[in-house]
Design a protein around this ligand. Structure first.
Ligand code: NAD
Length: 394
């Protein structure tokens, strides 16, 4: 794409990264100080946008990297946003609900000067949920002295959340998978699919790909994997998970390992669990025709090269899992004008946007004779570069 080196130099660095210390009164009377971060990689296309992660391994470099991915993800989907990300170094399972609430409010107090509906709009990420977004919205509204639902997304519906947000990432993965199948000239009823991970993204991906008419032949979670060549009904598997806590031992299924699942001969493999799952050690075993990345960063760069050589079409994370931030964008729009859409409207708008983004990346891959990951970055960086030129950034 011959990106201008001045543009590349700007994009290589986050605009701003803030580190904060958050003192929290613990239930036992002691005070513990937690470390948190918020990084705004880019605000060239609009306010920064990205989730907040609570995890013991959060660190500044990870937050900066995730913020860069958000810039690219928003640019691929052509949303009027830059990229941001935040996090707190904490294992939330070790905190009581009251401690978690105090930590959450303390974090917002500390990062308040750099966030806001026109500056930087947070959302949930690993180990944060609608309840936590509700506390954040409440704390920020108190600081501002007015109701501020537009400063954060992923909220409960009753305080400005959007219908269709819970299923949105999985729905986007389904749309990307459907478009990839179509591009390869395969009919959904002739296709099979294996999904790694059965959490928010994986379970919705499996259910909606099943609804498309594709046979789901394998599913997994952190406890193990299951398969059935005749097809698994993910709605029934979900009931089993609700009753037992895992997909394992689903009646009529055969137990396999997560490694077996990744190596299955299927039309679509959807890694929807976590990063670094397909590596140089197992990429050569992958027999899927298409990989649709529901998770962030499930494939390493070395694995990418092997998959490429083997002719496997990889629909990259910054395109495939952009459905979540797309509906977050819809939530923000609805909050700004205080008028809320029906679920059908949200689904329809999301589907059209995702189909358009897929087509643009697919056509770019053909034009530049590159894989879809490189094409997605070309689309994103071109948009950023164009905006930087018009804004006089270099
Ligand atoms: P989640 O916690 O709801 O689900 C994760 C699932 O993966 C669980 O079923 C867990 O048991 C399973 N899992 C964990 N380790 C595994 C392993 N080694 N093998 C197999 N399964 C394993 O999380 P989520 O929200 O569904 O997010 C999944 C991925 O999608 C993450 O990479 C996340 O960053 C990405 N993502 C999520 C969203 C969203 O809207 N939730 C949006 C974009 C990207």
């Amino acid at each position: 794409m011959k990106l201008d080196p001045n543009a590349a130099a700007i994009i290589a660095c986050p605009e701003r990264t803030l580190e904060v210390s958050i003192p929290v009164k613990m239930d036992d009377g002691t005070t513990k100080v937690f470390t948190g971060y918020r990084s705004q990689h880019s605000t060239i296309m609009g306010p920064a946008k990205g989730g907040i992660r609570y995890h013991q391994s959060v660190n500044m470099d990870e937050v900066k990297t995730l913020a860069f991915w958000m810039t690219c993800k928003c640019a691929v989907a052509n949303l009027p946003y830059g990229g941001g990300k935040g996090g707190i170094i904490v294992d939330p399972s070790k905190l009581s609900q009251a401690e978690l609430e105090r930590l959450t409010r303390g974090y917002i107090d500390r990062i308040a000067p750099i966030i806001g509906e026109k500056m930087d709009i947070p959302a949930p990420d690993m180990n944060t949920n609608a309840q936590i977004m509700g506390w954040m919205m409440d704390e920020y509204s108190k600081l501002k002295g007015q109701y501020e639902p537009g400063f954060i997304t992923g909220k409960p519906i009753c305080i400005g959340g959007s219908l269709g947000r819970t299923a949105a990432t999985g729905r986007g993965v389904m749309v990307a998978a459907g478009e990839a199948i179509k591009a390869m000239g395969i009919k959904p009823e002739e296709a099979t699919c294996a999904v790694q991970g059965f959490g928010n993204v994986g379970s919705w991906t499996a259910k909606l790909i099943h609804d498309l008419g594709v046979k789901i032949v394998a599913l997994s979670d952190v406890y193990g994997a299951i398969m059935n060549e005749d097809g698994l009904d993910p709605y029934e598997v979900e009931k089993h998970v609700q009753a037992t806590g895992s997909v394992v031992n689903f009646p009529g299924s055969k137990a396999i390992s997560n490694a077996d699942l990744l190596a299955m001969e299927v039309t679509v493999l959807a890694p929807c669990a976590m990063e670094l799952q397909i590596t140089k050690d197992n990429a050569a075993d992958v027999k899927a025709k298409i990989i649709v990345e529901g998770a962030n960063g499930p494939t390493t760069p070395e694995a990418d090269e092997i998959l490429d050589k083997n002719g496997i079409l990889v629909v990259p994370d910054i395109l495939a899992n952009g459905g979540g931030v797309t509906v977050s964008y819809f939530e923000w729009v609805q909050c700004l004008y205080r008028y809320f859409w029906t679920e059908e409207e949200v689904i329809d708008k999301q589907t059209q946007l995702m189909i358009g983004a897929f087509k643009q990346v697919y056509d770019t891959a053909k034009k530049y004779e590159v894989n879809m990951r490189t094409a997605a970055y070309i689309v994103a960086l071109n948009r950023l570069d164009e905006a930087m030129k018009f804004r006089g950034a270099y």
